[in-house]
Design a protein around this ligand. Structure first.
Ligand code: SAM
Length: 341
């Protein structure tokens, strides 16, 4: 099956890395082509649109590819498509332009294409702009137009409703649910795997991991956070969880985990209980190794001023992926993926 995806363009590298991590985690055979930043064509053996829609944080929509054309020849190509075989009882056509050259009037084109399709299908399918059974997506990029049927629109409401201040237990310093979801995906877990956040705070990472079906363990040095995370996990109906009061530098879990995904304190707004954050990271990395399976991964957020490579000396971990998110003038967040050497 051939799909095309519109990924988020809020970060240059994370959305594509997230997509590749999900495909690898789910052991999907795929061929991927970058049309331009944020626009991806993907060939797979099976239909994985629902799976991607359920997992991805930094994606907007997923369509089944029908054909492609020169952006200025869309009507000609449209009239060659066998719409009778494709459409359900009703349809809508939406044209979206992405990239720098925005020289096409999308609304005019929707009308023109609608008329072409109506003539071709007659009474077999009616135009219905709200919730049509077939949503035809025309995506115009700088170099080409992709034509397809939208299969999944990623629910923005989900990430909005899960924003930290909407949870029953709130504490400043929690990351956005989208980034938490992306980090969980970068750890390449699949449903049923065990994931640990040793600096769990209000539980943002554990909520996202729980939603995609992971079993989650959280620890925090602060009892208030432990109780708050439990409350938040229950509120979002996450069932398979354990939250314990523990110091991440001296962890001893009963069972080894498949992934560690975490956002340790930066020594700015989050509490480090008076300790230097670099020292905490080093000690945490030394202790977490015994709790992580040999093929497990760590996905960790650090501030730009912590040199993770330096901290990895004398630990069993190596850095395999690294992304930057500029938060504001004086803080860039670095998202790193580590594996055991
Ligand atoms: C940046 S916050 C985590 C935010 C979290 N991702 C969330 O969504 O709320 C860091 C957390 O680490 C905890 N912490 C600080 N030092 C710790 C240690 N040595 N062991 C375990 N937790 C610690 C703090 O209590 C704080 O809740």
């Amino acid at each position: 099956m051939e799909l095309f995806l519109i990924l988020s363009r809020e970060n240059e590298t994370l959305p594509l890395a997230e997509l590749e991590a999900v495909l690898n985690a789910e052991k999907i055979d795929y061929h991927l082509e970058i049309v331009e930043q944020g626009i991806i064509k993907l060939k797979t053996l099976e239909d994985i649109s629902l799976l991607l829609g359920k997992r991805m944080g930094y994606a907007h929509e997923i369509s089944q590819f029908i054909t492609e054309s020169n952006p200025h020849k869309i009507p000609q190509i449209f009239s060659k498509i066998k719409w009778k075989d494709i459409l359900g009882p009703d349809f809508a056509i939406r044209v979206k332009q992405i990239g720098c050259t925005k020289d096409i009037d999308c609304q005019e084109m929707e009308k023109e294409l609608g008329n072409i399709v109506k003539k071709m299908v007659g009474d077999k399918s009616k135009v219905k702009l709200e919730k049509p059974s077939t949503f035809i997506r025309v995506l115009i990029t700088n170099s080409l137009a992709l034509i397809g049927v939208r299969k999944v629109k990623i629910d923005k409401k989900h990430f909005f409703d899960l924003k930290p201040h909407k949870r029953p237990f709130f504490y400043p310093g929690s990351m956005s649910p989208k980034l938490a979801r992306c980090m969980v995906n970068l750890s390449q877990i699949i449903p049923g795997d065990l994931l640990l956040d040793p600096f769990c705070g209000t539980g943002g990472i554990l909520i996202e991991a729980g939603i995609i079906g992971a079993c989650v363990v959280g620890t925090d040095i602060d009892e208030k956070m432990v109780q708050g995370t439990k409350e938040n996990l229950k509120y979002y109906h996450i069932k398979d969880f354990k939250v314990l009061k523990s110091d991440a530098r001296y962890l001893k879990l009963d069972e080894k985990v498949k992934a560690v995904v975490t956002d340790p304190p930066y020594g700015i707004s989050a509490s480090t209980a008076g300790e230097d954050s670099g020292k905490i990271y080093k000690e945490f990395l030394e202790s977490v190794s015994d709790n992580l399976k040999e093929d497990g991964r760590i996905c960790i957020a650090t501030p730009h001023y912590v040199d993770l490579n330096d901290l990895l000396n004398d630990t069993p971990f190596k850095l395999v992926d690294r992304h930057e998110i500029r938060m504001h003038k004086s803080l860039t967040r670095v998202i790193s993926v580590l594996v055991k050497e």
